[in-house]
Design a protein. Sequence first.
Length: 280
Amino acid sequence: MLVNNAPILSHVHDGLTIEGYSRAAVQTCWRLNELKVLFDVGIQPWDFMGIPTAFITHAHLDHIAALPAYVSRRRMMKMDPPVIYLPDSAVDAAWDMLQTFKKLDRGAMPCELIGLLPGDQIDISREYVLTALPTTHTIDSVGFVIHQRRNKLKPEFQHLDGPQIKALKLAGEEITSEIRIPVIAYTGDTSPKGLDDNPIFFEAKTLIAEMTFVAPEHRKEKIHKHGHMHVDDFRKRQDRFQNELIIASHLSTRYNTHQVKKFVSQALPDALGGRLKLWI
């Protein structure tokens, strides 16, 4: 039975379905259904529990609060224990939290928690690999990029016809090399430094980024100090975004939908060439 317990939005780009909800200090969760991956578990939509792997950017409550519900529901529905990746410094505390809920709920919390450091790579399938990226927030945090791996014929063999290539393969010649295409990246919560330190954020086909603040009067120095970004940070970097789609999320609850659209359209009249999508 499908239970709608969360106000998630959905968007499809380049064959990838992006679903989720994200408001600052409220809750953030994302599902990439075709990749069988969750980003953050600030809330756990009932329909998301079927995904067996979650990647958590940092341990603030609006990004991790539903972790016990996610683990417990999978056990209750007789699914395999999930594998959950999160910043290495948060693993022990997250485990302690789950053990506390185990006592409160009187039910097991079966899962595997794996610590991540910037630069770590995780194979999420034969075709896709995830890399943890260093971001800048008020506690330890990481962002993520997922690459698609493809084999491409090496340049020195591209002039050959089919039978010649087949003969080389049968002879044991390594005729292809791996290329990686960044299909989607997720900043989590970060100051602009998190963008600038990771050029891959500007190169992924789809970028899910935080844009917590949008009002002109809000002080950028204070916003950056607390590990967040303002729409003006996007305006200043607008020539760097090579992405096909930029999702602006994690908007502050200080603004209603009308205010968000108004302030963003003032700062970015062309919506980054029509590629910017506000997740509201």
